[in-house]
Design a protein around this ligand. Structure first.
Ligand code: FAD
Length: 409
């Protein structure tokens, strides 16, 4: 079988893979990216959080994104019946970006991939990784081309950023059940010809229907808006079998957004993803690292996916470069432990969102301003700042604050 050689092979051209590629290309590393689909392609994960701006900047991708005029996002709004909790990233505790973007991912991911290609990186689209052999000195990966033919790539290191494709977790038996309750999601886009004035266009809005059931409203600068529901899988069973009919039935259950989209055709038949949470037994191994959704995915509720994907993509690229240069990076401390710290913080927030404690804090009529600033920093993705008590004491602090609020009622 034909075999080609590269120093680093990246599987998947989503944001995680493109941040790895951007960083490594800046350091003149010989690279190859293999991507199963042709771009542009649909992907979910459209509302970014500020922390990912740092990662795009370090990968040299911020300027090209900026040129494309994506919708700026300055915060998040949570609505339940007549209660509203709003977070403005500029008010957050500590350092960091005050804004980010909300992006149709087909366009966004295409912009990133085109930029990486224009810098000379070889991206093979419509090429799927089907097997991997780590038993020799260098890993050898089998790829299947669009025409069905197969060939091999030998690399010194493999970064698996294949998203929900989870190539190496599947091939190397690294998959593990998530400890989080697994939810499912249904989503589509509409084109709003009349958007209400005001700042709704610069926020993500969450409407909470039940403690475990919520809806997202994510406006884009191209006039389209992303709408979606996240809920326990069985919640979706009560609706019509036809996905378009059932989506409108779900919308009619909302209080704030009910009726708002009645005159807009759905841009595509609603898509669904079941049992969203994913985990793995380990985040790295000999000559490979797992990044982004190929490593871990918690829940859409805090829009942390792309930030986590780019954070891990950047970290893995830095350590892989060291390894290539003959150093012996500490993958456990500098990759797995670091990433797990961030995952643990967001996991506490996801848990405390779905048990209602965080919602009690968000919807409190006179929230403590300092707590709010500190929580806002977490929502912006700054989950490694140990000066923030809502990071440092993430396991207990939300429950403790919620208890006080519950005693008031
Ligand atoms: P992806 O962007 O999925 O890219 C992986 C790429 O790998 C794909 O292009 C795929 O084609 C390719 N690939 C797969 N298999 C193979 C193979 N065998 N060979 C070669 N290539 C392969 N995140 C946010 O930040 N904000 C949000 O608002 C948000 N909302 C979400 C809502 C839902 C319902 C869900 C499920 C997730 C949401 N996320 C959100 C998470 C977000 O979608 C992901 O975290 C993010 O896209 C991960 O990026 P990635 O680069 O790891 O993977």
């Amino acid at each position: 079988m034909k075999r080609e050689f590269t120093d680093i092979l990246i599987i998947g051209a989503g944001p995680s893979g493109m941040v790895s590629a951007g960083y490594l290309q800046q350091h003149n590393v010989q690279l190859k990216v293999v991507e199963k689909q042709q771009f542009p392609r649909f992907s979910i994960g459209e509302s970014l959080i500020p922390r990912c701006m740092d990662n795009f900047a370090e990968a040299g991708l911020l300027e090209i994104i900026e040129k494309h005029g994506f919708q700026k996002k300055f915060g998040a709004r949570f609505i339940k019946d007549d209660k509203v909790g709003e977070f403005d990233f500029s008010q957050k505790f500590g350092e960091g970006w005050d804004w980010t973007w909300q992006v149709p991912r087909a366009d966004f991911d295409h912009v990133l991939a085109k930029e990486i290609q224009s810098r000379g990186v070889d991206i093979a689209f419509e090429t799927e990784v089907t097997a991997a052999d780590f038993s020799n000195e260098n890993p050898v990966v089998t790829i299947q081309h669009k025409d069905g033919k197969q060939s091999e790539i030998e690399a010194k290191f493999v970064i698996d950023s294949s998203g929900f494709g989870r190539v190496l977790p599947k091939l190397l038996d690294l998959e593990q059940a998530s400890t989080l309750e697994s939810h499912s999601s249904v989503f589509t886009h509409i084109e709003e010809t009349i958007r209400p004035q005001g700042k709704e266009g610069e926020l993500i809005t969450f409407e909470v229907l039940e403690t475990q059931v919520w809806f997202w409203y994510i406006p884009f600068s191209n006039g389209k808006t992303s709408l979606g529901f996240v809920a326990p899988t069985e919640w979706f069973d009560q609706f019509d079998k036809d996905p378009e009919v059932s989506f409108m039935q779900m919308i009619s259950k909302l209080n704030y957004y009910k009726g708002r989209f009645d005159n807009y055709p759905l841009e595509f038949i609603p898509k669904n993803i079941k049992h969203i949470a994913k985990s793995v037994k380990c985040l790295y191994g000999d000559k490979f690292a797992l990044t982004g959704n190929s490593a871990e995915f918690l829940d859409p509720v805090f829009s942390s996916g792309v930030s986590f994907a780019t954070e891990s993509g950047l970290r893995a690229a830095k350590l892989a470069l060291k390894e290539l240069n003959g150093e012996q990076p500490d993958w456990q401390a500098d990759y797995a432990d670091y990433m797990k710290e961030g995952i643990a913080v967001f996991s506490s927030y996801v848990r405390d969102w779905y048990n209602g404690d965080l919602q009690d804090i968000f919807f409190h009529k006179s929230p403590n301003p300092e707590f709010k600033r500190q929580i806002c920093a977490v929502l912006a993705g700054y989950v490694w700042n140990m000066d923030n008590p809502f990071v440092k004491k993430h396991e207990r602090i939300i429950g403790a604050v919620a208890k006080f609020i519950q005693l008031e009622n």
